[in-house]
Design a protein around this ligand. Structure first.
Ligand code: C6P
Length: 455
């Protein structure tokens, strides 16, 4: 595929009606357009027309670097954390800390309730059952769990696993390792010039009759593309294969009903969803999880052990070896509470509107090319781009001098970079706390960077 060029200004989503009802939302409807910010010439709306106003909830956003306010546009790498998440973890350690599922004393029971209560919240957040919601270290571990525990038992010589060219390494390498170990084939759905995959190719792959599992992202961390996951799952199931969705870049940014999507496995990661590092989530279908052997062994996943062997605990504990990430689960529970209170429809509206604005403003930078779908409607809240005459790392370094944090590199998607014909891109990715001023600061920093390069 080749890259698409950055888009001309257009405000298809900018004037969208705001939804009413959730707390802590600026309706914007009656507020006069503010004149206080330095919006660029293509902007025809002020900060009050965005639906969320939550910066005050994120303590880190008050930081400055060399007198410049922090402009955090790297939520695709990890999100910042609201005070409620930080406080929930502090409160856990200050008031409830004990190991879980081991103690009979009241403190331990409070810890049990905190941990399993967090699981119930996290499961509910994406419409899944707590019993089949497994806490892992991150999404990478969740995918590895499936590749090992399900894959080693169910994929063999002559079988195939299918993934896409746009995957993060975490959704490629476990399948490469599995296929290498089992003599199976790994095939890739191609990414076209618009950064989309083709459902007809999926159908052709499935028609070959050898596909055991298709693993794909819901939102690309480089292209931003939102995949038609429910449609893909339906086709995969009809062909008798299993599906695994990497929801790392989706769950934090849009409403996700994993049950409605219907995948056999749905995985995501806490730290991109306003939660702490060290916790990820795997939702799986009960009948498949029950049949699977454990991934890691020891500790909480045990029912009984003799010198001859062992039996396994019930779901979900069968897949949670050792002491689990208890405080992290509590923090993730607080994070999904926070997101739920905002309302995921609003979060998506906010980020889509901001992304549309970002696409418009990036088009003002000479020589800048955005990869992935041109329409904000088709993408998550990020834009990866190159600037002619500048390396991506120089773009990020020069932006950082203005306090602007963007990521540069291959974004753990080296095969995709090869398809795009680039070694690296710079990437700006938004979260609930970003506002148009952040995008303006980004664009100013890119223009300043070009001047440093005398472009
Ligand atoms: N992407 C980025 O800057 P972990 O590390 O397991 O929490 O997340 C891995 C992962 C898997 N899938 C997708 C789609 C991802 O975006 C990521 C993490 C970060 O794009 C860090 S490389």
């Amino acid at each position: 595929m080749s890259t698409s060029t950055s888009q001309q200004p257009g405000d298809a989503v900018a004037g969208e009606k705001l939804r009413a009802g959730a707390p802590r939302v600026d309706s914007g409807a009656s507020a006069p357009a503010t004149q206080t910010s330095n919006f660029g010439p293509t902007s025809n709306f002020g900060p009050t027309s965005l639906s969320l106003d939550v910066r005050g909830d994120f303590p880190i956003l008050t930081r400055e670097f060399e007198g410049k306010p922090l402009v955090y546009l790297d939520s695709g790498a990890t999100s910042q954390k609201p005070r409620s998440v930080i406080e929930a973890m502090d409160a856990y350690y200050e008031q409830r800390n004990a190991n879980v599922h081991r103690g009979v004393y009241p403190l331990a029971q409070e810890a049990d309730a905190a941990y399993d209560g967090a699981r119930a919240k996290v499961a509910r957040f994406v419409g899944w059952e707590p019993k089949t919601t497994i806490f892992t270290k991150n999404v990478t571990e969740a995918i590895n769990l499936v590749a090992y525990a399900w894959g080693r038992a169910n994929v063999g010589p002559g079988d195939a696993v299918v993934t896409t060219q746009m995957e993060h390494h975490a959704n490629i390498v476990p399948w490469q390792q599995l296929c290498k170990a089992k003599g199976a084939q790994l095939r890739y759905l191609e990414v076209d010039e618009r950064g989309e995959i083709c459902l007809a190719q999926l159908d052709r792959e499935l028609a070959a009759g050898d596909v055991k599992l298709v693993a794909f992202t819901q939102v690309s961390n480089v292209l931003g593309t939102i995949l038609p996951v429910a449609e893909m799952v339906a086709r995969i199931r009809a062909a008798g294969a299993l599906s695994l969705i990497d929801g790392a870049q989706a769950v934090p940014h849009m409403p996700v009903d994993a049950s409605a999507i219907g995948a056999d496995f749905y995985a995501w990661t806490g730290h991109k969803a306003l939660g702490p590092t060290g916790i990820g989530v795997l939702h799986g279908r009960a009948e498949i999880l029950k049949e699977m052997e454990p991934f890691l062994t020891g500790g909480d996943m045990i029912a009984s052990v003799s010198f001859k062997g062992a039996t396994w605990n019930e779901l979900p504990y069968k897949f949670e070896a050792g002491t689990p990430p208890i405080a992290e689960a509590v923090g993730l529970g607080a994070a999904v509470d926070y997101l739920q209170e905002l309302g995921m429809e609003r979060v998506r509206d906010h980020e889509r509107e901001l992304t549309a604005y970002m696409m418009d403003r990036l088009a003002e930078v000479p020589g800048l090319r955005v990869v992935g779908p041109p329409e904000a409607e088709r993408r998550g809240g990020l834009a990866s781009f190159t600037i002619e005459g500048m390396h991506a790392h120089d773009i990020a370094e020069l932006a950082s001098r203005e306090g602007v944090c963007v990521r540069a590199g291959h974004h753990c998607a080296q095969p995709l970079m090869r398809c795009l014909g680039v070694s690296a891109t710079a990437r700006a990715s938004v979260g609930v706390y970003n506002e148009r001023q952040d995008i303006d600061a980004l664009v100013e920093s890119l223009l300043a960077g070009r001047r440093v390069f005398e472009l």
